[in-house]
Design a protein around this ligand. Structure first.
Ligand code: FAD
Length: 316
C-alpha cells in the first residue's frame, strides 16, 4: 500500500521508522532484532536506507596502495522484501542518484515493482565519503528532482530508449525536506524552490531531516505552504543516544540543538545520561507534534530501537 494511502486513511498521527542495512557480513537477524520491539506500535511503513560505495585503500606489494570501491551496507532491496514478507508491513526503500546510471535506476525500479514494493523515497544521496562534493554518475542524475522525474515517467509508462508506452509502474514517491535548510543551499528560499520542484515533478509527500526544535518544523511547514507545497510533511525525529552523538549529529546532519537541550546534554557524564535526555526530549517533541496534528512521526533508529521504543510507548 502507498504511504499516501496510509496517510489519507489515518485518523490520528501514524508511527513509522527508518532502519539501516547491517554492515556487510552481519545476518538479517540483526534487522529483525531491531524491528521486533517496534511492531507493537503498529508502524504503517518502514524505511530502509541506501548506502553507496566508498573507497578504501589496501596495501599491496612494494608499499603500493590499491584504491578499492566497497559498499559496507548493501542489501536495501533484499531487506525491504524480507521486512514485507515477515511483518506484512510496507517497506520504503531509499533510492539515490549517486552511483546510478539512469538505466541502472530503471532496472532497480523494475526489481522493486516485481517485489510488490509500492513506495520509494527518492534522494540525491551524499557525496562519497572521501570526496568533498557530490558527483553524479556520468549517465545519471544530478539532483533528486531528476530521479523523481524519471520515476514519474515510468509511472506514465515511459521507459528509457523506448518510443512506445510500456506497462506503467505505480510508485508513490517521497522526497527529503530540510527544516534547517540543506547545507549546500544558498538560503532557505532557494532550498524551498527546489523542494517545490520535487513536488511538482511527482513527490507526493516529504520526510524531513531530523530536527530537535519543533518550532523549526512548524515554521518550515508554514514556509512550504506559503510557496505552494501542499503535500503531507512528515517530521523525522532522532533520539540522541550517546556522548558521541552530542557533536556528531549537528556536524553530520547540519542541524542545531536548541539551548535548553544543549544545556541538558552538557550535564551528561555517560552514554546512559545522554540516552535518558534523548528519550525525554523525544517524548516531549513527539507529544507536541502529535497534538499539532502531524500526519505521522518518523523515527530514525540508526540501529537504536530501544530509545525509539521508549518514546513510542508514551505516544502511540
Ligand atoms: P536534492 O533535492 O537534490 O538537493 C540537494 C541540494 O541541491 C540542496 O541544497 C538543494 O537546494 C539543491 N538543489 C536541488 N535541486 C536543484 C536544482 N535543480 N538545481 C540546483 N540546485 C538544486 N542519503 C543516502 O545516501 N542514503 C539514504 O538512504 C538517505 N536517506 C535520507 C532520508 C531522509 C529523510 C533525508 C532527509 C536524507 C537522506 N539522505 C540519504 C541524505 C541525502 O541524500 C542528503 O541530504 C543529500 O545531500 C541531499 O539529498 P536530496 O534528495 O535532498 O537532494
Amino acid at each position: 500500500m502507498k504511504v499516501t494511502d496510509h496517510l489519507n486513511q489515518a485518523k490520528e498521527t501514524l508511527f513509522s521508522f527508518e532502519i539501516l542495512p547491517p554492515l556487510k557480513g552481519k545476518s538479517i537477524q540483526s534487522i529483525f532484532d531491531g524491528i521486533d520491539p517496534l511492531m507493537e506500535f503498529n508502524p504503517k511503513f518502514v524505511n530502509v536506507t541506501y548506502h553507496r560505495e566508498e573507497y578504501i585503500y589496501k596495501e599491496r606489494d612494494h608499499g603500493l596502495l590499491e584504491k578499492i570501491a566497497i559498499r559496507k551496507r548493501p542489501g536495501t532491496v533484499g531487506i525491504c522484501a524480507a521486512v514485507m514478507n515477515k511483518y506484512n508491513v510496507d517497506a520504503v526503500p531509499h533510492l539515490i542518484c549517486g552511483g546510478f546510471s539512469k538505466e541502472e535506476t530503471e532496472n532497480a525500479l523494475i526489481d522493486l515493482q516485481f517485489l510488490g514494493i509500492d513506495n520509494v523515497l527518492a534522494l540525491r544521496g551524499d557525496s562519497i565519503k572521501t570526496e568533498a562534493n557530490f558527483r553524479p554518475h556520468e549517465n545519471g542524475h544530478e539532483h533528486a528532482v531528476d530521479l523523481i522525474h524519471q520515476i514519474g515517467e515510468m509511472n506514465r509508462g515511459d521507459y528509457l530508449m523506448d518510443d512506445i508506452k510500456l506497462e506503467p509502474t505505480d510508485f508513490c514517491i517521497g522526497a527529503a525536506g530540510y527544516p534547517e535548510k540543506h547545507f549546500e543551499a544558498m538560503n532557505l528560499a532557494t532550498d524551498l524552490k527546489y523542494l517545490k520542484a520535487k513536488v511538482d515533478a511527482g513527490a507526493e509527500y516529504i520526510v524531513t531531516q531530523m530536527f530537535f526544535d519543533n518550532q523549526k518544523y512548524f515554521e518550515f511547514v508554514d514556509a512550504c505552504r506559503a510557496v505552494g507545497i501542499n503535500v503531507p510533511i512528515i517530521p523525522g525525529l532522532k533520539p540522541i543516544k550517546s556522548m558521541n552523538h552530542i557533536s556528531f549529529l549537528p556536524k553530520f546532519f547540519h542541524i542545531d540543538y536548541p539551548e535548553e537541550l544543549s544545556n541538558e546534554l552538557l550535564k551528561c557524564k555517560s552514554n546512559e545520561d545522554v540516552a535518558k535526555v534523548g528519550i525525554e526530549w523525544g517524548i516531549q517533541q513527539s507529544k507536541e507534534l502529535k497534538a499539532a496534528g502531524a500526519p505521522c512521526i518518523h523515527y530514525y533508529t540508526m540501529s537504536n530501537s530501544e530509545s525509539v521504543k521508549a518514546i513510542a510507548s508514551q505516544i502511540f
